[in-house]
Design a protein around this ligand. Sequence first.
Ligand SMILES: Nc1nc2c(c(=O)[nH]1)N[C@H]1C(S)=C(S)[C@@H](COP(=O)(O)OP(=O)(O)OC[C@H]3O[C@@H](n4cnc5c(N)ncnc54)[C@H](O)[C@@H]3O)O[C@H]1N2
Ligand code: MOO
Length: 406
Amino acid sequence: MLDRRQPITITAAQAKIAALTLEPKVEAVATTAADRRVLAEPVTAPYDFPNFRRSGYDGYAIRAEDDHDFPKTFKVVAEIQAGATYDQPLKANETVRIMTGAAVPTNAGKVIMLEQSRPVAEHKDQVKLMVTAKNTNITETGTEFQRGDVLIPQNTRLNPGHLSLLSAFGITEVSVYQTPKVGIITTGTEVTTPGDPLKPGRIYNSNGPLLQGLVTECGGEVVAYTQIEDDYDLLRQKLNALVTTCDLILTTGGVSVGDFDFLATVAKSSQNLLFNKLKMRPGSVTTAFVYQETPIVALSGNPGACFTGFYLFAEPLLQQFTKQASQVRHVTAILDKPYQKTNGYDRILRGTFRISHDHYYVQLVGSDKSGALGNLGQTTCLFKIPSSNRPIEPFSEVETWLLPYR
Ligand SMILES: Nc1nc2c(c(=O)[nH]1)N[C@H]1C(S)=C(S)[C@@H](COP(=O)(O)OP(=O)(O)OC[C@H]3O[C@@H](n4cnc5c(N)ncnc54)[C@H](O)[C@@H]3O)O[C@H]1N2
Ligand code: MOO
């Protein structure tokens, strides 16, 4: 019997995905390997920073009490290189020659730059300082961070700047969310692995490499990748295996109403079917469900629909595993070129955008057909032509999704 499905809007479908409760998994990784990972707990300063009073310049450190009546001659009692310390207080009119980054003597009040010093003839242990400095030229302990300050908040995606901050405090390990493990199953007896001979009526698998790339680019780790023919038992067998190792499963094909659309069958029997029909084209049959506690986004086999469905539903879900907002930016744009076709469902077009006078402008790139794949490489945004029986007005405002990494 024909499968009658209840179509819902893109927004409603996204809300169902967002409402899934996912248990974040946490692991410790070396700071040096933590670039692009997401912090699972805030990192606080273990001590004040800088952790000692240090000189900002190469020059001479003097006491505040001696900071008057320049030019003035001082007795040079030591030379302090960065990394060394001078462990006694300065006495009256004593100075130490000090390098940038070195700890100043405890009672130093100022550092006078080397440029303001002159040697004293026949007195190698003396120096004449010409003028006093405007600033102390000393960086006080704790000027940047106090012990206990939050250095990096929880749920921050780390970048090299963060890694440098962690390293500045000697933090060698951080607690991060595990990279979501994703399994990909492409389905279809006609779908052939590139490299194998192409038999009549068959096509090469292009959605598989597409999804592998998109998952990796968006922060997931592809831990399993399989192509299977249309076979219900084989599909269940693969799904049962993947749920043991994957946090998320993405599939393509087999979600429509055809005799061999077995993903649709599995989804239908799920305890938690989120949706199996959307008021959108392409990808009206995009399906999402939970299979033995693992969420599955079953994307359409049509390449254009697979691409669109990934960004609208799979990418936001992928980000949820590391408590991140979707990287797909939702904006309003102005339609740059007329689009004449009408549709009973909202139509999502693959496009390119430009920015002019603080406005986004979008236009279709290549074909609007869900089976077309020639434009996937050029697409930088998706935009929505709302359902209507009249063509959209030129220069209308349209809902737009800007794609990350494009
Ligand atoms: N009677 C109906 N037929 C169809 C309906 C419908 O409502 N009633 N919906 C149509 C729409 S819309 C779509 S979209 C497709 C969706 O079908 P599936 O998601 O089940 O996908 P398949 O039928 O398996 O494949 C569709 C198309 O894509 C090609 N394909 C599949 N896998 C790959 C791959 N890995 N790489 C490249 N291309 C792939 C496949 O050969 C088909 O041409 O259903 C319509 N039918
Ligand atoms: O919903 Mo389908 O991808 O339009 O052909």
